[in-house]
Ligand binder design. Structure first.
Ligand code: MHF
Ligand SMILES: O=c1ccn([C@H]2C[C@H](O)[C@@H](COP(=O)(O)O)O2)c(=O)[nH]1
Length: 283
């Protein structure tokens, strides 16, 4: 994954130190990064310069597709990545909107599957896009957005990868995903996998060929306590060839994703990586 390492190198060489109030840490930061993933040729963008825990990334995304709002449900699918934001951040812990242990509030999938309309009804953004694409329709607005500015304080964290636009060119489906804030050592490792798999799954359940996934990031940063490991370990390693992702071909509908799919329906073939690196996580 040369493009990942190039972004890390760019942050190290040209980043600007910016203080972050929410975490109390400084971040070495660049603005504007464009990544792309070749889903058509099954070039699964797993980081190879350290071990990637790809199942947790897929579990996280499946939870968004299902509209989960609770870290316990994410744990059942196979990831603990929401435990800290749901249970350890003092602003959220003191929020009158938090419904108790593990509650994440109205984030990500809640907005994607049940966006509240002014008349009190709910809009299932994902269902609309799946239905249109299944019927060969791209109305140039096949957009799923998790970012609801009117409900920011109702969730534990503002969605980072917030908007996904699908485009149909003939029988090939493409995806453009937008991210406002990116923890490059930890989060991007997951987000690359998620952009890739969102296109692969949507192509599969809507009956199209998968094309290219374009990942557009605004604020890309490395936290101050991650920098040394990035500079003295990960950036010195040579990337290895990309693996392939196999998805159970029995997954045919959105309902399949909502009901019986587990991490056993995904296999990575030919993954070689350098040893793990444990980066610090900021809540
Ligand atoms: N500071 C921060 N960075 C993030 O990337 C992030 C957040 N907060 N909050 C919301 C979600 C949660 N995400 C996370 C949370 C934890 C890991 C993590 O600890 N990854 C480790 C171990 C993974 C495992 O064992 O399953 C890693 O080495 O990748 C990754 C992404 C991504 N998001
Ligand atoms: O999918 C995700 C979710 C979160 N992140 C990172 C990006 C930031 O480091 C934090 C969020 O902090 P904000 O203050 O809300 O920007 O989480 C990510 O990289 N990917």
């Amino acid at each position: 994954m040369r493009q990942y390492l190039d972004l890390c190198r760019r942050i190290v060489d040209h980043g600007v130190w910016i203080g972050n109030k929410r975490t109390g840490k400084r971040c070495l930061t660049v603005i504007n990064a464009d990544l792309s993933y070749d889903v058509a040729n099954n070039q699964f963008p797993l980081i190879t310069t350290r071990k990637s825990y790809w199942k947790a990334a897929i579990a996280e995304f499946l939870g968004y597709i299902r509209g989960y709002d609770n870290a316990a449900d994410f744990r059942k699918l196979g990831t603990k990545t929401w435990d800290a934001n749901a249970n350890d951040n003092h602003v959220w812990l003191n929020s009158p909107h938090r419904k108790g242990n593990d509650d994440m509030g109205r984030v990500y999938g809640v907005q994607g599957r049940s966006w509240r309309k002014p008349d009190g009804s709910h809009l299932d953004q994902l269902r609309k896009v799946v239905d249109n694409l299944s019927n060969g329709i791209d109305d140039r607005g096949e957009i799923i957005t998790f970012y609801n500015p009117g409900e920011i304080e109702l969730g534990c964290l503002r969605p980072c990868m917030h908007t996904h636009t699908f485009s149909l060119l003939g029988d090939t489906l493409h995806l453009t995903s937008y991210q406002r804030s990116c923890d490059v050592p930890l989060g991007l490792n997951f987000n690359q996998i998620q952009v890739y798999i969102f296109l692969a799954l949507m192509a599969q359940i809507t009956g199209h060929k998968a094309g290219q996934a374009y990942h557009k990031i605004v604020n890309a940063h490395i936290y101050e306590d991650q920098l040394e490991l990035m500079q003295t370990v990960q950036l010195l390693r040579e990337p290895l060839p990309l693996p392939r992702l196999e998805i159970n071909p029995q997954i045919k509908t959105l309902q399949d994703l909502e009901t019986w799919v587990t991490m056993d329906d995904f296999k990575v073939v030919g993954y070689q990586s350098h040893p793990p690196i444990q980066y610090p996580f900021s809540v």
